[in-house]
Design a protein around this ligand. Structure first.
Ligand SMILES: [Zn+2]
Length: 327
């Protein structure tokens, strides 16, 4: 056979293989879920009446809309899903603090030296309201924030820090140690520059298992704010339970998921995104399984990812309803 013919006939199966792989990437990925129902794990008994009031506010700083089939593998839907960049302001009797930091007013200046591909994909968003502006609007003055606790050290979770100079950063030690060998210096040191020289205070989730999760840290020792490791997205991605007397329990997930369907189905994001943002595929999928199982047994508790605009909006509406009911 002539070389030209060989290339032509050889190219057809290769092309078909490529199309096949592209189609497969949109198909659901099998998670074996049958054995999960019925295993409840050890459940913490909470008497919410005895807990203090804890105010929780999502501060949405930016967003981008993506088709659902990108946010949820196997969704077969082009319905736009809003991916937000948010911080959470938490007012506990012992501290006023943030969980993640959203975006600073100057974020474009930090991203200008990043690759075009990065800026047009993962760093493509519309800045809506900076962290600093949110805090001013809520009357939170300079020096009033006690600390910012970071779910993990991806750039989009530390991007509000330039708006809170001097505020100590609390980071899971596992995350910080891993980041020293990669994340802190990637992209011309983007994360290190965004952390702006604010002091870093490492914590360890070295306490007992909590709600079936492997270990925990009771941040104030009163059962209100309990941290649990949700690894895989990064080595030390850290979730936060909030238990309180003035509203529903809440479970913040960092980036263990993007939207609720990721743990409800369960399903990863489309592999193109998932492979770029996930540090350890097998561990991250195990965390999805853990969250799926937890959600099955606790439909009353909102599980909210830090990019899940719909769940954040729904939670804030319920908070306004609770506040209005008190008046
Ligand atoms: Zn993120």
């Amino acid at each position: 056979m002539k070389v030209k013919n060989l290339i032509t006939w050889g190219g057809i199966p290769l092309g078909a293989l490529g199309v096949g792989l592209a189609i497969k990437s949109f198909l659901p990925q099998r998670f074996e879920t049958a054995s999960w129902v019925g295993e409840k794990g050890n459940v913490t008994r909470l008497d919410s009446e005895t807990l203090p009031a804890v105010e929780v506010s999502f501060l949405r700083c930016g967003s981008i809309s993506i088709p659902e089939l990108i946010a949820v593998r196997g969704a077969f839907s082009l319905v736009p899903r809003v991916i937000s960049h948010s911080a959470v302001l938490i007012r506990h009797p012992k501290a006023l603090f943030l969980y993640d930091t959203g975006l600073c007013s100057d974020i474009d200046r930090y991203l200008v030296d990043q690759s075009l591909f990065f800026r047009k994909t993962l760093a493509n968003f519309h800045l809506e309201q900076s962290l600093g502006s949110h805090l001013r609007e809520r009357g939170v003055g300079r020096g009033e924030l006690d600390f910012a606790l970071l779910s993990h050290l991806h750039w989009d979770h530390v991007s509000g820090i330039p708006d809170i100079p001097g505020v100590p950063l609390r980071v899971n030690r596992v995350e910080y140690e891993a980041a020293k060998h990669g994340l802190l210096n990637a992209g011309n040191g983007l994360v290190r520059r965004l952390m702006s020289g604010n002091a870093v205070e490492c914590f360890d989730c070295a306490g007992p298992t909590y709600e079936g999760f492997r270990s925990s840290l009771d941040l104030f020792g009163d059962g209100t704010v309990v941290l649990v490791p949700l690894p895989g997205h990064t080595a030390g991605n850290t979730g936060m339970f909030i238990n309180r007397s003035n509203g529903s329990r809440l479970f913040l997930l960092g980036d263990a998921v993007w939207v609720a369907e990721n743990f409800k189905r369960p399903a990863t994001m489309h592999p193109f995104i998932w492979s770029r943002v996930t540090g350890d595929d097998a561990t991250a999928r195990q965390t999805l399984i853990d969250l799926h199982r937890y959600a099955l047994h606790h439909p009353e508790i909102p599980l909210i990812g830090m990019h899940d605009a719909a769940s954040q909006e729904q939670f804030m509406k319920s908070e306004i309803y609770i506040e209005a009911a008190k008046i």
